[in-house]
Design a protein around this ligand. Structure first.
Ligand SMILES: [Zn+2]
Length: 248
């Protein structure tokens, strides 16, 4: 039941994330004006603004001008719904679930914006890191310091990398790393590690196939977001598996 409710909530939030993803990098307000067709400017009526359903009914075209609507919109709504549903299933009704939902929504926004624009906006990372920290402390009051130490350690580690290798990493990556620490505690470091592994793998493949010239052309935020989602759901299992493998 909670998983289903979370998935439906995910459709609605996913629809809002589309607005954030489109408008924040362009410095438009996310609340005003109401959604409109980017091609003809026609406002989108409530009946055409139902997540997933409207896209299917309209067959992916604007009702007014017939211009194709990017499949990115329904894909982000579906992805948000799936991850929200999975979080509802895993965490149940708890502060941990609220934290998980905020983190998932934030990571989807950051990943798509980084992929498209190569930036991780402070107006998203900053407030979300603060919310993440507050939720972490509410869920685990005795361990409040763990989240501060984790945010500083993960952010600091990335800062050292960014300073020694400026071409490969930006300050946005550093702040996003700190945000992951605020949400996930020590598993924030695992998120960055998984992100780096995936980034190296994908980067290597793209280099070999000649699709990119330099590995630094890859947006690291996308891979950190992937690592963040994996760590959120499987962090303790991955660490336990690793410890068993090394025989601790
Ligand atoms: Zn239109």
């Amino acid at each position: 039941m909670i998983a289903l409710a979370a998935a439906v909530l995910g459709l609605v939030i996913g629809s809002f994330l589309n607005v954030v993803i489109y408008r924040v990098p362009r410095r438009h307000s996310v609340v005003w004006p109401a959604s409109h067709c980017p091609e003809c400017g026609e406002p989108i009526t409530p009946r055409d603004n139902i997540p997933l359903v409207s896209y299917l009914l309209l067959r992916g075209r604007c009702r007014k001008c017939g211009e194709r609507i990017s499949p990115r919109y329904p894909l982000i709504e579906a992805l948000t719904a799936i991850l929200f549903g999975a979080a509802g299933y895993q965490f149940g009704l708890s502060v941990g679930l609220l934290s998980a939902l905020v983190l998932i929504a934030t990571l989807i926004c950051l990943a798509v914006i980084d992929l498209e624009h190569g930036l991780l906006p402070n107006v998203i990372v900053g407030p979300c890191a603060a919310v993440g920290f507050v939720l972490s402390v509410i869920g685990d009051p005795a361990g409040w310091w763990v989240y501060i130490v984790s945010a500083l350690a993960v952010g600091g580690g990335l800062l050292a990398l960014a300073l020694s290798y400026p071409a490969g990493m930006g300050m946005g990556d550093v702040k996003m790393g700190g945000m992951l620490g605020a949400f996930l505690g020590p598993y924030g470091a695992l998120a960055v590690f998984i992100g780096a592994l995936c980034g190296a793998l994908v980067g290597g493949l793209l280099l070999l196939s000649g699709k990119i010239r330099r590995r630094s052309a890859l947006p690291f935020g996308v891979f950190m977001a992937l690592g963040g989602v994996v760590s959120l759901f499987e962090g303790p299992e991955i660490v336990a598996l690793y410890l068993r493998l090394v025989g601790v």
